[in-house]
Design a protein around this ligand. Structure first.
Ligand code: GAR
Length: 221
């Protein structure tokens, strides 16, 4: 296999998506390896997960820097030192400047717990429930300067069910996130998914998966 792409992961908290990427990268044929995990929040679970997997970690606390630019310069220094080629946000909750985003253009991934471009931003699941949506999901996309915006790499659909609370729906979507993020990173690291303009090449040619209907179709309909 050709050399694995060197990946840095940015976290701010629990790091369950980081864990999914760590687990995937331990597979022998996975085209990426995680070489650095950076948290902007000290002592979070994401850092502990990385340490347990033997991955180098850094805490770069945005509160220790006088501006976004100086904080991002520290991020870039650390990423450069570790020769990071691809960057993954995994629950990283800081907006990044246009200058940082352009440094990592088309090499920087984010996961968001909705079917983008719907429900960008915070409190996604509460807003999905309030809107009465029947299907939600998650998206991995290339990062652009606007929040939760950029060319879509992969999505997974998840039904909204009777009796769902925000927590129940979040857990169902999170299970899909843990499958989607390693899949999307594989597509990018292997070169199968590439940006053309504002879209990503590499749409499946088939066979088509059956569509997710919610409510489900009945009999002859
Ligand atoms: C995940 O649900 C991720 O999609 C979301 O934060 C959570 C982080 O969980 N990200 C965003 O909302 C980005 N806009 P994790 O720390 O357990 O991976």
């Amino acid at each position: 296999m050709s050399a694995r792409r060197r990946v840095g992961v940015l976290v701010s908290g629990r790091g369950s998506n980081l864990q999914a990427l760590i687990d995937a990268a331990q597979m022998p044929n996975y085209p990426a390896e995680i070489v650095l995990v950076i948290s902007n929040v000290p002592e979070v679970q994401g850092l502990i997960r990385a340490e347990q997997a033997g991955i180098p970690t850094r805490t770069i606390n945005h509160r220790d820097y006088p501006s976004r630019e100086t904080f991002e310069a520290a991020l870039n220094d650390a990423l450069k030192q570790s020769r990071v080629e691809l960057l993954c946000n995994a629950g990283f909750m800081r907006l990044l400047t246009e200058s940082f985003v352009s440094c990592w253009l088309d090499r920087h991934l984010n996961i968001h717990p909705s079917l983008l471009p719907a429900f960008k931003g915070l409190d996604t699941h509460a807003r999905v429930l309030a809107a009465g949506a029947r299907i939600t999901g998650c998206t991995v996309h290339f990062v652009r300067a606007a929040m939760d915006d950029g060319p879509i790499i992969a999505q997974a659909a998840v039904p909204v069910l009777t009796g769902d609370t925000e927590a129940i729906l979040a857990a169902r979507v999170l299970t899909a996130e843990h499958r989607l993020y390693p899949h999307a990173l594989r597509l990018v690291a292997s070169g199968e998914a590439q940006v053309r303009g504002e879209f990503v090449d590499g749409m499946p040619k088939g066979p088509a998966e059956p569509a997710l209907f919610s409510p489900p179709l009945r009999g002859s309909s």
